[in-house]
Ligand binder design. Sequence first.
Ligand code: ATP
Ligand code: MG
Length: 266
Amino acid sequence: MLVFDHVQFYYRRGQSVLNEINFSIEQGEFVSVVGGNGSGKSTLAKLMNGLLVAKQGSVKLDSIEVSDPAYTPHIRQKIGLIFQNPEDQFITTNVTDEIVFGLENIRVPAEEMQERVDQALQVVGMTSFAQASPHELSGGQKQKIAIAAILAMRPKWIVFDEATSMLDPASRFELIQLMQSLHQRGITIIQITHHMDEVLVSERVLLLDQGCLIFDGRPDHFFKTLPLESYGLEAPFALRIHKRLDWRGELAADWKGRAASQWLNR
Ligand SMILES: Nc1ncnc2c1ncn2[C@@H]1O[C@H](COP(=O)(O)OP(=O)(O)OP(=O)(O)O)[C@@H](O)[C@H]1O
Ligand SMILES: [Mg+2]
């Protein structure tokens, strides 16, 4: 279980970025984190695996403080983070080395590495790029390698921070399907997204607004009860169409009513 307990965070003293954040996520959940630009979502993601350390409160994964340096390899293996900008994620000069680098950090035995690299590249459809250099890859291809590098570590938890933002519609759809199949295999998925359509595949939504957690609940409640536009969000396409059809339905009824009264009063 991942537990945020009274977490507060700032980059500059006096300019709070996250306030009084309390929630827990059970192993196996599929959670979306949403909110406008600058609401604190990426900061929250980095607190989840100890890349950032809470200024107050604690973040624990299965009772271990995620920022405890003694547990860094353990935490990195358990919870993988995929960022929105793949440019930020490369350290080595070759796709295979990039994946191996992550595996070395979590101390995977050398004889297991090749199999893990091959399998991870296959899952993201990038096998033919095993020897490519990262700067030869497009943004979307880099994103897929970053995802493969995390998958190769076989984490039980994966945080996708707008990981679909560089992907074309087909690849985006494939990644959502991959998240679903990982979830079905018991992996906890936490996805940060601006696409409300992607929220529909999750079981729970956390909404951040100016560093505060202001909603934690089911997607259907979220879409029914919250004024999405005031949080910089847009309803999912299906819901917008539904509303628009209702609106047109009302209009049609109104027009019929007026036509009927005109006919009666003729
Ligand atoms: N390294 C940093 N140093 C100083 N301030 C930062 C840093 N990173 C983020 N911030 C600030 O923290 C706040 C939250 O940023 P964060 O990146 O967590 O937002 P976000 O919800 O992920 O936004 P987006 O939707 O644009 O990705 C913003 O006001 C931002 O300016
Ligand atoms: Mg962000």
